[in-house]
Design a protein around this ligand. Structure first.
Ligand code: SF4
Ligand code: SF4
Length: 146
């Protein structure tokens, strides 16, 4: 892992970037395959599946791995909160680098680079974070680009 990621103030940068056009740009390449979440050592999201025997005598409840890149992960009574890929990528990256700090007092990224190595289309979290930092929301607004 030879890359680096500027973490100074990253939480504020990402919290201010909810409507940043970069989310659409990365989503045009992202397949929403979930590989990045499956290989990330800090991702922990799970779902629950109930399995009932045909005779109705046995019922099992299993906890299974899930990913914020599936539409079902954010499904709430009638629809997905994160229906599109831009908001799924935003959710993943903002959680890793920003809201994880509020949740656990530390970054959700340990810098291992696995999400980069296993992304089938070469999306790089360090590149995406740098692109958003390079064009802050305020500058885009002034430019009429948001
Ligand atoms: S580089 Fe960060 S976000 Fe990517 S897999 Fe490693 S810990 Fe997870
Ligand atoms: S591994 Fe790459 S293509 Fe797959 S969901 Fe993650 S960022 Fe998108």
């Amino acid at each position: 892992m030879g890359r680096s990621l500027e973490t100074e103030g990253i939480k504020d940068v990402l919290y201010a970037a909810a409507e940043h056009p970069r989310w659409d740009e990365v989503a045009s390449r992202c397949l929403s395959c979930g590989n990045c979440t499956m290989v990330c050592p800090t991702c922990f999201c799970t779902s629950v599946e109930d399995r009932t025997s045909l005779a109705g005598e046995d019922v099992e409840r299993w906890r299974v791995w899930d990913s914020c890149f599936t539409s079902g992960h954010s499904y709430l009574h009638g629809g997905s909160v994160h229906a599109g890929i831009p908001s799924r990528y935003r959710q993943w990256m903002t959680h890793k680098l920003a809201s994880w700090q509020d949740q656990f007092g530390t970054s959700g990224c340990v810098g291992c680079g696995r999400c980069i190595a296993w992304c089938p289309v070469g999306i790089d979290i360090t590149e995406e974070a740098a692109a958003i930092r390079a064009t802050p929301a305020a500058a885009l607004e002034a430019d009429g680009r948001t």
